[in-house]
Design a protein. Structure first.
Ligand SMILES: [Zn+2]
Length: 339
């Protein structure tokens, strides 16, 4: 831990958590979740017990609000700071693990679904890569990825590390190039990728999504097929966004007003996103990074990623990340009103 981190932790534990919460109380925090597990040792997924601890902490200290509330009343004064829960992608583990806990306490949340995934036409390209690596031993994995990416993967000591390397090299490619890379990888490993997602990579069903939408879960669009919108032409971007919106509206018989960018980094956001969302009748869109702009732009709402580290979680929801983003931004002057 760096000296700066140690100092932050010291003050946080000595009452800094409450001070940060008070300073940033009018600013809504939007949390970003992805996957959940019954187990405490499932890498990359948040366990049921960790999620339960987080929810209990939120119930005691915060007001839990929907994405509509964030968009419609972002700057209102509040006694307890507001927190909005969002969950990306459309996996079944949200229905199995997190939704029952949210339902028990009447906590609103937004579930962003990739509609071709729910329709079982596709499963996520990064999960297909992981599946390929799972079927093979580490030496074969290193050789195959080295060949496909014209590099040397000898330094990677685990399949997780090789997977992260492969994904980071594919993230910003156009859909055809992504699929070419995956084909090359499965060929190099002599594998046939199943057409439908195996259980651990499966989507929620429309029946499950419908049930959730009737019980406090807002369903948002997350494109048809979860490729980055950054490298796409405008028509293709519109067809990905409109296609997922129309499909959810058809299946749930309700209007879809909220969107989530796949991957969600600055390079995944088309330049004219505001006009596209205006044209398609959206009220909000969320990204997957955090900076001082916070919730100011309704079509690029910044979110705090959540993992299993409870201290990091508390720092985000108490407002330490918010204060840090404002103080560390050298391009603009500090202003109390930003907190
Ligand atoms: Zn996603």
């Amino acid at each position: 831990m760096s000296v700066k981190s140690k100092i932050v932790r010291y003050f946080f534990d000595k009452g800094g958590d409450n001070a940060a919460k008070a300073l940033t109380r009018n600013y809504p925090r939007v949390l970003m979740y992805h996957r959940f597990s019954h187990s405490d040792s499932d890498s990359g997924k948040l366990s049921r017990s960790n999620f339960t601890d987080q929810v209990n902490y939120l119930l005691e200290n915060f007001e839990l609000v929907s994405i509509d509330e964030v968009v419609n009343d972002g700057n209102r004064h509040s006694i307890k700071p507001r927190v909005c829960i969002t969950v990306d992608d459309g996996y079944e583990d949200f229905y199995d693990i997190a939704y029952p806990i949210l339902k028990k306490y009447g906590i609103p949340a937004t579930f962003y679904v990739t509609t071709d995934f729910v329709d079982e036409k596709i499963w996520f390209w990064y999960d297909r890569i992981r599946w390929c690596l799972e079927q093979s031993d580490l030496d074969d994995v290193r050789n195959a990825v080295s060949k496909v990416f014209h590099t040397n993967c000898e330094q990677f000591s685990s399949k997780d590390a090789v997977w992260a390397y492969a994904v980071s090299n594919i993230l910003e490619l156009d859909p055809c190039s992504v699929e070419e890379k995956i084909n090359s990888l499965s060929n190099a490993l002599s594998l046939d990728i199943p057409k439908r997602a195996p259980k651990k990579y499966k989507a929620a069903t429309w029946n499950q999504i419908k049930e959730m939408s009737l019980n406090g879960i807002t369903v948002g669009a997350h494109t048809l097929s979860h490729y980055s919108l950054g490298p796409m032409e405008r028509e293709e971007v519109i067809s990905q966004i409109r296609g997922s919106k129309d499909r959810i509206e058809e299946m749930l018989e309700t209007k879809v007003r909220h969107f989530c960018f796949p991957n969600g980094q600055p390079s995944d956001i088309p330049l004219d996103y505001c006009s596209i969302f205006g044209e398609l009748g959206f009220h909000s869109s969320v990204v997957a990074f955090y900076d001082r702009k916070g919730v100011r732009d309704p079509f690029a709402i910044r979110r705090h990623g959540v993992g299993s580290d409870f201290y990091a979680f508390k720092k985000s929801v108490c407002g330490v990340d918010r204060i840090g983003a404002i103080l560390l931004n050298k391009d603009s002057k500090f202003s109390w009103s930003d907190l």
